[in-house]
Design a protein. Structure first.
Length: 209
């Protein structure tokens, strides 16, 4: 079973409260999502491998540690996932960015891939799939499966807000994918919105309705 890491750092919780507020406009919302994502990236990358290197300080030579060069990929689920990319790139500027777009078929209600552009070496990368909301889990499950079909083996899912239903759905379908989340809310409502949530993340990011 995959692990769920709920990040309750005070800075993250403070900024989450601001993006939940319906009076927060798109400009501030985008800035806050970027900041929260960067704070989450700190924890998501905790297990990146290190190697010892020798450097020279102004005082003397020393052996210290730097990232070993393990390749990282950031994969936003379009379109709301785009809001989280820059926060991760601030800390991981060498990461490659892929994109995956999904829509829900109105008849079957199943996610359908309409766009998928990934780094060519996904099988060699630690992939971080980002999407602000984990509601039913349908889009996350589909995106992860599409990425696995391309050969990816190391995948983490990072969301700002989720609910028990969505978490359970991902754990059932992808027990090898750990979930990093800033808040686990109460439930889904009849329209598949997270309660209390923050509304539609894509609309709030981009000022659409």
């Amino acid at each position: 079973m995959s692990k769920v890491f709920e990040m309750n750092h005070p800075l993250i919780q403070h900024k989450l409260s601001l993006i939940r507020d319906k009076n927060t406009g798109s400009k501030e919302f985008r800035e806050l999502v970027k900041e929260i994502s960067m704070l989450m990236a700190f924890e998501v990358t905790r297990d990146l491998p290190l190697q010892e290197v020798e450097i020279e300080t102004p005082i003397c030579n020393m052996v210290t540690k730097m990232l070993s060069g393990r390749k990282v990929g950031i994969i936003p689920i379009l379109r709301a996932g785009l809001g989280m990319v820059d926060g991760f790139l601030n800390l991981l500027p060498a990461a490659k960015v892929g994109h995956i777009g999904l829509y829900r078929d109105p008849e079957t209600l199943e996610p359908v891939e309409y766009y998928c552009k990934l780094p060519t070496d996904v099988n060699e990368r630690d992939l971080i799939v980002v999407d602000p909301m984990l509601a039913t889990g349908g889009s996350a499950n589909a995106a992860i499966q599409f990425i696995k079909n391309k050969g990816a083996a190391s995948i983490k899912l990072v969301c700002l807000i989720g609910c028990p239903e969505g978490i359970a759905a991902v754990q059932k379908t992808h027990p090898d994918v750990d979930i990093y989340i800033a808040a686990i809310d109460e439930k889904l409502n009849d329209h598949a919105y997270i309660v209390p949530g923050l509304g539609d993340a894509g609309d709030r990011l981009f000022g659409t309705k």
